[in-house]
Design a protein around this ligand. Structure first.
Ligand SMILES: Cc1cc2nc3c(=O)[nH]c(=O)nc-3n(C[C@H](O)[C@H](O)[C@H](O)COP(=O)(O)OP(=O)(O)OC[C@H]3O[C@@H](n4cnc5c(N)ncnc54)[C@H](O)[C@@H]3O)c2cc1C
Length: 405
C-alpha cells in the first residue's frame, strides 16, 4: 500500500491501494490489482470500494456484435387489429428500452390478448418482448406457444447492453399519442417491480451495480440535451420516475482513483442477459410453454396457426413482416472483452460505456447524442470502432489520479 504522510498533522492519507499504485491512481494497474481511493470527506458508507482495473486491450475482444434498436417515433405499437380470422395484438418497437420495459409492455399486451376470451395464444418472437409476454400469458393460465425464427441467444435482444434504460430511444418529442407518457410510466414501474423479483437469484440474472461517469470537463445535463444532428429529439421521461432512480453523487479529486477532474457515481440495474434470457426460456418451458421455430413472410402466413389470437413481438422484424416503415433502426455495436469477474462497476467516459457483464466486458461507443446510429441498418461489425472505444478507456490507465486541491 502507498500512503501520503501529511508532515504537518501526521495524518496519513490513503492515496491508492494495492500494488504500489500510489499517486498514479489507475495508471500502472496490473491485472488482478485493485485500485483503492482515499476516503476524503466521504461518509463511510459512500467511500469508493477497491476497483479492479479493466483490461482494455484489443486482443481481449472475444466478439463484436451489432444490434438494431427498433425505434418508433410514436413509441411502441400496442394496438390490436384483425387480420383474416386472427386477432393480432401488437407489442413491438421498443427502441433502446426493450429489456427495461418488457414486463410492463408485456402486461398490456397480455391483457389485450386475454380480453378476447381465448386461452390458446400464439406469440411471435422470442426476444425480450416475446419471452416476457409469453411468460405473463402462461402465468395467467393460457396455453402459449412462441413461434420465432430465432431464439436466445441468437435474437437481437441477446446483443443488447443489458442496463436499466426505460426511456432510451422510446419515442420522439411531439410524435406520441395523448396519454403515452403516463402509459410509459406505468410500463416502467411495472417492469421495475418485476425486475426486483429477479435480483439475488442464483447466477445473478439481474443485479445492481455502481456506475462511474468520468469527464475532463464539467458534467452537463446529459446526452439528451446535446444538439442532435439527425433532427430527431428523443423524449426524456426521467423526472417521472425519480423516486425509483437512486440519486448519484459527485466525487471530488482524492475521493476516487480516476484521473479525470469530474466524476459522478450512480447505481443502476444491470441485466446479465445470458443468464437472464436463459432463465426466462427455461422457466417458460418448465411452466408448460412451447417454442417452435417458424418464419412468417407476411401477415397472411398467420393463417397457418391454429390459435385465433396472435401477439406480434417481432421487434425490428416487424418492419419487414408488417411492412411498418415507422420502425427505424438505431444501430449499436458492442465489443465484448473476455469476462473479468473481479470487475463489479460500470464506466462512462468519452461517450464510451463499459458494463461488467458475466458473459463479457461490454464496451460500446454510444455517440455524442442518442441519435448515434439513427436510421443505420448496417449490421456489419466495425473492428476499428471497437478498437477506438477500447483505446478511449485504456487511455485512463496512463494518467495520474486527480489529487485534492
Ligand atoms: C446496442 C444495443 C444496446 C441495447 N441496450 C439495451 C439496454 O441496455 N437495455 C434495454 O432495455 N434495451 C436495450 N436495447 C434495446 C433492446 O435490445 C430492444 O428494445 C429489444 O431487444 C427489442 O426486443 P424484441 O423482443 O422486440 O426484439 P428482438 O430481440 O429482435 O426479437 C424479435 C423476435 O421476433 C422474431 N421474428 C422477427 N421477425 C420474424 C418473422 N418474420 N418470423 C418469425 N419470427 C420473427 C425473431 O426471430 C426474434 O425471436 C439495446 C439495443 C441495442 C441495439
Amino acid at each position: 500500500m502507498t500512503f501520503d504522510i501529511d508532515a504537518m498533522t501526521g495524518r496519513r492519507r490513503l492515496l491508492a491501494g494495492l500494488g504500489g499504485l500510489g499517486l498514479t491512481g489507475l495508471a500502472g494497474c496490473a491485472p488482478g490489482q485493485m485500485v483503492r481511493p482515499m476516503a476524503g470527506t466521504l461518509a463511510p458508507f459512500d467511500v469508493v470500494p477497491p476497483l479492479a482495473p479493466l483490461r482494455m486491450k484489443p486482443e481481449r475482444i472475444s466478439k463484436i456484435t451489432v444490434c438494431l434498436r427498433p425505434f418508433r417515433k410514436a413509441g411502441p405499437r400496442l394496438d390490436v387489429e384483425t387480420v383474416g380470422d386472427k386477432t393480432v395484438v401488437h407489442n413491438y418497437g421498443h427502441g433502446g428500452s426493450g429489456w427495461s420495459l418488457s414486463w410492463g409492455s408485456g402486461e398490456i399486451a397480455a391483457k389485450n390478448a386475454l380480453a378476447s376470451g381465448e386461452r390458446d395464444i400464439a406469440v411471435i418472437g422470442c426476444g425480450a418482448i416475446g419471452l416476457t409476454t409469453a411468460t405473463l400469458l402462461r402465468r395467467a393460465g393460457a396455453n402459449v406457444t412462441i413461434y420465432a425464427s430465432e431464439r436466445t441467444p441468437y435474437t437481437r435482444s441477446a446483443r443488447a447492453t443489458g442496463t436499466w434504460s426505460p426511456d432510451s430511444r422510446i419515442a420522439a418529442v411531439g410524435a406520441t399519442a395523448p396519454g403515452f407518457e403516463a402509459q410509459w410510466e406505468e410500463m416502467c414501474r411495472t417492469s421495475y417491480r418485476a425486475y426486483q423479483t429477479y435480483v439475488g437469484l442464483a447466477g445473478d440474472p439481474v443485479e445492481w451495480t455502481d456506475r462511474y461517469t468520468l469527464s475532463d470537463t464539467p458534467l452537463g445535463e446529459g446526452r439528451l440535451a446535446a444538439a442532435d444532428p439527425n433532427g430527431v429529439h428523443f423524449v426524456d421521461y426521467a423526472d417521472r420516475v425519480r423516486d425509483i432512480t437512486p440519486r448519484g453523487m459527485s466525487l471530488e479529486p482524492g475521493q476516487h482513483p480516476f484521473p479525470t477532474r469530474y466524476v459522478r457515481r450512480g447505481s443502476s440495474m444491470q441485466f446479465n442477459v445470458a443468464e437472464y434470457a436463459h432463465l426466462l426460456t427455461t422457466d417458460f418451458l418448465l411452466a408448460g410453454g412451447r417454442i417452435e421455430t417458424m418464419t412468417f413472410n407476411s401477415p397472411a402466413d398467420l393463417s397457418a396457426l391454429k390459435q385465433k389470437v396472435v401477439v406480434n413481438c417481432t421487434g425490428y422484424g416487424a418492419r419487414t413482416l408488417w411492412k411498418d416503415e415507422s420502425v427505424i433502426p438505431v444501430r449499436g455495436q458492442i465489443a465484448w472483452l473476455i469476462p473479468q469477474p473481479e470487475v463489479r462497476y460500470g464506466l462512462y467516459y468519452k461517450h464510451v460505456s463499459v458494463l461488467p457483464r458475466h458473459d463479457g466486458i461490454v464496451v460500446q461507443y454510444v455517440g455524442e447524442t442518442e441519435a448515434w446510429g439513427y436510421d443505420d441498418a448496417n449490421e456489419v461489425a466495425s473492428r476499428s470502432e471497437a478498437e477506438a472505444a477500447i483505446a478511449a478507456i485504456a487511455g485512463l490507465y496512463g494518467r495520474p489520479a486527480m489529487r485534492r486541491g
